[in-house]
Design a protein around this ligand. Structure first.
Ligand code: 13P
Length: 262
């Protein structure tokens, strides 16, 4: 039987909002979602603030019992030691992080992270009982040269090379050309790649885990285009960048079920 996947709407804040701003934002988000609760069925909402905000977000979410999950935007491949500037998965776990983003295209490009490092980070996340949100996606050049799925599928295989069957992961398909460009993929493009990613997951982690894995689309997601993505059978949510910093927009994206029927 195919597992029912709870949709996940995740906000990647990137390097935006300091810890004081994060408190105000998370409070308002939680209130707006509480008010809207009756308008949608189950959906999981996660935020990915900068590291320096995580303690504030943890305190708020646990004290006020907000139905929000959260995680870091990166993790070290190492557990502790002389790695100046790095953050251990153990530290993220002790702050109640559920998730950690790994392999975002901005880290692949700006920090030259390659497949081996990303695979080591995925292993580190799993070692610390964090769910990796593994980002994969092709550049415009890759798309032209290799078609839509080849690069994301290759990145997925490389990142999960050391992962055992049954692993609990989230995959985010984020075409690099769609990130921050205002030009999202079409829902059909997202579904085509997500379908290929799921078939690859069957080979890598087995049928049951592949059926249970949430595959998100990311890249210029807004309230006006979320419904199209959420109608696709293999797209189980979104990783939202810019629009996740706009409370009204993000709250409306979370309530995508209001738009799906329209
Ligand atoms: P935008 O939603 O700003 O295009 O960013 C997507 C992204 O990079 C999420 O990780």
């Amino acid at each position: 039987m195919v597992a029912k996947r709870v949709p996940l709407i995740a906000g990647n804040w990137k390097m935006n909002l300091d810890h004081l701003q994060s408190i105000a934002f998370v409070q308002k988000l939680a209130w707006s979602l509480k008010d809207a609760k009756h308008t949608y069925d189950t959906v999981e909402v996660a935020v990915f603030p900068p590291f320096t905000d995580l303690r504030s977000v943890q305190t708020l979410v646990s004290a006020d019992k907000y139905e929000l999950t959260f995680g870091g935007q990166d993790v070290s491949a190492f557990d502790s030691g002389a790695y100046t500037g790095e953050i251990s998965g153990a530290f993220l776990k002790s702050l109640d992080c559920t998730y950690v983003i790994i392999g975002h295209s901005e880290r692949r490009t700006l920090h030259h992270e390659g497949d081996d490092e990303i695979a080591a980070k995925v292993a580190a996340a799993i070692r610390h009982d964090l769910v990796p949100v593994l980002c994969v996606g092709e550049t415009a050049d890759d798309l032209e040269k290799h078609g839509p799925s080849a690069v994301p599928v290759a990145q997925l295989k490389a990142a999960l090379a050391g992962v055992t069957a049954g692993a609990d992961i989230v995959v985010a398909y984020e075409p690099v050309w769609a990130i921050g460009s205002g030009q999202a993929a079409t829902p059909e493009q997202a579904e085509q790649v997500a379908g290929q990613l799921r078939l690859t997951l069957v080979e890598l982690i087995g049928q049951d885990a592949a059926d249970a894995t949430r595959i998100l689309y990311g890249g210029s997601v807004k309230s006006s285009n979320i419904a199209g993505f959420m109608r696709q059978p293999n797209v189980d949510g979104a990783l939202v960048g810019g629009a996740s910093l706009d409370l009204a927009e993000f709250s409306s994206i979370v309530q995508f079920q209001k738009h799906v029927g329209t």
